[in-house]
Design a binder for this molecule. Structure first.
Ligand code: DGL
Length: 259
């Protein structure tokens, strides 16, 4: 492959479902000339309730599929996949592999007083990668960790019934001292889709923070460093596909809906 072919190759992005589309949106906005292939592995969703070993096995299939399609770089548009498996794939692959992590650093920097609530999947919160991050950013007022089992399934079902979501969130936040929270970290890309619905449960000044822009900027920097940036001068293509073809329509609809 010549350097020219390589720069025109797509960036592969993966997640268990709709969540990673929020990363795709931010990234495609920053890098409009890039081509993207997004793979939603609905068949193995949710990732967050699995063991690390199980998820690595699942991601081997997903990554192989993206490699077959000739991607030049990979983005794990999933905090869960990043926590559990990114080091494994970085060791194995000879290409840039960018991940998503719960955005603790900007949350701590932007929260001089008050507690920070981190919402993420069970697997993300259990993993050593996150534990290390958490230990390095402890604040005086504290960081509360909360997993949200069942939430990814509600989001991937298409969010047709706002009542279901609201009942779920009301129950989830029942034992949280909501008045003490200043910042909510959306530590799962799915939760970025429902940011407004989540923040409705907190005081008006509370901010919701995610790592999407940071990941997009990191991808841009790494592509530039590896001389892989697409500089064709034309707008790139975005291709969405899934391990459950019945959900392709939902993927397209959700991508259009994202701001
Ligand atoms: N959206 C992914 C994340 O950021 C995966 C969620 C899941 O499938 O449990 O963690």
């Amino acid at each position: 492959m010549t350097l020219h072919d390589k720069t025109h190759a797509p960036v592969g992005m993966l997640d268990s479902g709709l969540g990673g589309l929020t990363v795709l949106k931010s990234t495609a906005r920053l890098l409009p000339q890039e081509n993207f292939i997004y793979y939603a592995d609905f068949k193995h969703s949710p990732f967050g309730g699995r063991t690390k070993a199980e998820l690595i096995g699942i991601l081997e299939e997903v990554v192989s599929e993206l490699l077959r399609r000739g991607v030049k770089a990979l983005v794990f548009a999933s905090n869960t996949a990043t926590s559990a498996a990114i080091e494994f794939f970085r060791d194995k692959l000879d290409m840039p592999v960018i991940g998503l992590e719960p955005a603790l650093k900007p949350a701590v920097q932007g929260t001089p007083r008050g507690k920070i609530l981190v919402l993420a999947t069970e697997l993300t919160l259990r993993e050593e990668k996150f534990r290390k991050l958490y230990e390095s950013y402890q604040t005086q007022d504290g960081i509360i960790l909360k997993s949200c089992p069942g939430l990814v399934e509600i989001i991937d079902a298409g969010l047709d019934d706002p009542q279901v979501m609201d009942t779920y969130l009301t129950r989830l936040f029942e034992e949280v001292d909501r008045a003490a929270i200043q910042t909510v970290v959306l530590g799962c890309t799915h939760y970025v889709i429902i940011k407004k619905a989540i923040l409705k449960h907190f005081d008006p000044g509370v901010q919701g923070i995610d790592g999407n822009e940071g990941a997009a900027r990191r991808l841009a920097a790494v592509l530039a460093q590896c001389q892989l940036l697409n500089t064709s001068g034309y707008n790139g293509q975005v291709e969405l596909f899934s391990s459950n073809p019945e959900k392709t329509g939902l993927l397209q609809k959700q991508y259009r809906l994202l701001e």
